[in-house]
Every structure is written in structure tokens, then in C-alpha cells.
Design a protein around this ligand. Sequence first.
Ligand SMILES: Cc1ncc(COP(=O)(O)O)c(C=O)c1O
Length: 393
Amino acid sequence: MTRTTDDDLQYGFGTRAIHAGQAPEPVTGAIMPPVFQTSTYVQEGLGRHKGFEYARTRNPTRDALERNLAALEGGRHGLAWASGLAATDAVLKLLEAGDHVICGENVYGGTHRLMSQVLSHLGLTFTFVDTRDLTRVADAVTPATRMLYVETPTNPMMRLTDLAAAGELARQHDLLLVVDNTFATPYFQTPLSLGADVVLHSTTKYLNGHSDMVGGALITNRDEVAERLAFLQNAAGAVPGPMDCWLALRGTKTLALRMQQHDASGRRIATYLSEHPEVRAVYYPGLPSHPQHDLACRQMRGFGGMVSFELGSLGRAERFVESVRLFSFAESLGGVESLVGHPASMTHASVPAAMREGMGLTDGLVRLSIGIEETEDLLADLEGALQQVAGVS
Ligand SMILES: Cc1ncc(COP(=O)(O)O)c(C=O)c1O
């Protein structure tokens, strides 16, 4: 766990991305934080050391990343984890057997799997509700409820939760509000400023941005929560290695520039798809036709590069993903390269079919992670693939 300083937080986003937590290394003056590839540190004597004893507990490269990520979210404490799911696992370990969690029904499939197939066996209970409607959340609160866990926008239906209202509700019922900010990134949305207690990231995605590591992060302003999470980081040990921290840290330096391009192409591609005769529906909060577009404009500063759309059948979705040439058919999102995924059989395969269908996550749904290639080339690729879909039932 590292703490941001007032200095870290005083600058604009792009400046914080490059400087927060990253003073030149004092021994050599290296301008980039070194990869401290070590498992342990020599101590001078009993209880006398430089603050580093063992690398599961602390590592200077990880410290730099944690401070940087906290500064980007406008938070005080950052903690890095071995993956986004390790971060989810850790935040849920703040709870005890018998505690109850209300979770958005449309979250990443792995988040649902961790809750319903792992932690529910250890005594936590979960209710999955549509958090677009906060009265449903209020109705689900029981005396045992301790946490409200939401993703906004959600993967892959691009649903939003009103964070200011959710924060208010969480305060009323003394719940910890955890927000997975992976899709929006702190460039477009800062949940801590709207009432969240903990922000979660899969740093594997936009924060790293180059599809070359797996990691996670938790950011909070609450000292006691940060202390417990740091305890869990050391006690349970799901920490990232220094090289992965370094790669994530290199990624955040260009986050602002990358997000601008993801967003510019995202808006154009969502509009193009919404006018295309082969496309049945488009899910993108930046479209005025999105039912929560006004909320998106209130709580987000941009809409990003994630776009889902409905092609009407498994056969048409299959033809589409096999016809694209620039877009690669692969799991994951948030990299510089464009990807296409089929949520029902990939990221959300572990979600029960009835639940998937209930929220519109059909076999005909396709999800794009729009990279930072030339928008015109991406549009041409999509047009070529959609022409292949024509006539398929
Ligand atoms: C929104 C969201 N949160 C969390 C995760 C889990 O992250 P990781 O794959 O780094 O464990 C993912 C992975 O796709 C995701 O999309």
C-alpha cells in the first residue's frame, strides 16, 4: 500500500500519469523507475532496514505503480494485484462469513463466477440485481448486507449505474461501495469523487493498454480499508511481479492520449453501426439513443472504445467474427489493437444462460474493443465483415 502526496495530486491528468510516484531513481538518476527484480532486501540488523523486507510485502516498482494509479483516480491509497480478479477476490475478503453482497447482475463473467462458485462456498451470500434501478438495490438490502459492487459501464451490455445516487444509498445503509472502473478508466470517470469507497481495475486492460501483462488494482481514500487491503496483500499474497508493474506503469503514461483516440473511434463506429441495416441494436453510452445517455454525460467525461451490438443469431455472430481482418477475435479488451469477442461463449460463458438472456446477452451479441488504429481502416473492416453477414440467418 502506498500513499499519494499532495504533490502527486496537484497536477492535471496527463501530468500525474507521467510523474506521480515516479521521481528519478536516487542512486543513478535513472529517469524511469527501475524493475526491482528481487525477492528480498538486505537488512542492516534486527528491525533495521530501508522499509523493504520481502517482495510479497513491498517492492519499489510496485510502490511506484500503486502511487501512480491512486493519483490517476484522485485517491490516497493504491494497491496492485496479480490480476483484476485477484483484486476482486481481495476486496471481497474485507468481509466475513455471513455477510451479504449486492452485485450488479451484469458484471464481467469471471466476477460472477468468483462470487457464485467460489466465495459463496465460504459463507458470503450474493444477490445479483439490475443496478440501473437503485430501488432494486434498496429492496435487496438485508441486515447482513455489507457491500454494493457495481461495474459501470458494464461488460458487455454497457449499462450504467448512477454513482452519486449509489454512493448516497450505500451511505444510508452503511455499505461499502466498490466500483469496477475498468471500462471507463479514470480518464473518463472518477468514482471516488462521486461517492465510491473503493475503485477496482483490471490493469490488464486500458491502464496497461498494450496487451502484454495481467494485473489488477484497488484504490481508496479510506485509511482503515487500505490498511486491511495491504494486510491481505501480504497475508494472501496475490501480488504482481515487478516486470508486470513496470509494464502497467509504462502504459499509464499514454493513457490520456490513447483514451482520446479510443473514444473518437468509438463514437464514430457506434454511430456507423447504429445506422447499418445488418445490425439490430447497438449498446454504447455515447449514442443519444442509449437509454442512459444523459447519465453518461453527467458522470463520464467521454465514452471510450467499448461497443457491443446485436446481430440477431449465433450464426450471424459467428460469420462476423470469422470475417473481420483487422479486428482480432480474442478475449480481453483495452489494448492499442482492435479486438472482437463473443461474450456468450467467451467472457460470460460461466454466467447461467437464463441470466444472460434475461439481460440481452444473447448468442447474437458481439463486443468490440476498438483500438487506436486509423478509424477509416476499422470502418472498412467492419463493413467488409457485415457484408459477409448479409443473408446468413
Ligand atoms: C470489467 C472487468 N473487470 C475485471 C476483469 C478481470 O480482470 P483480469 O482478467 O485482469 O483478472 C475483467 C476481465 O475481462 C473485466 O472485463
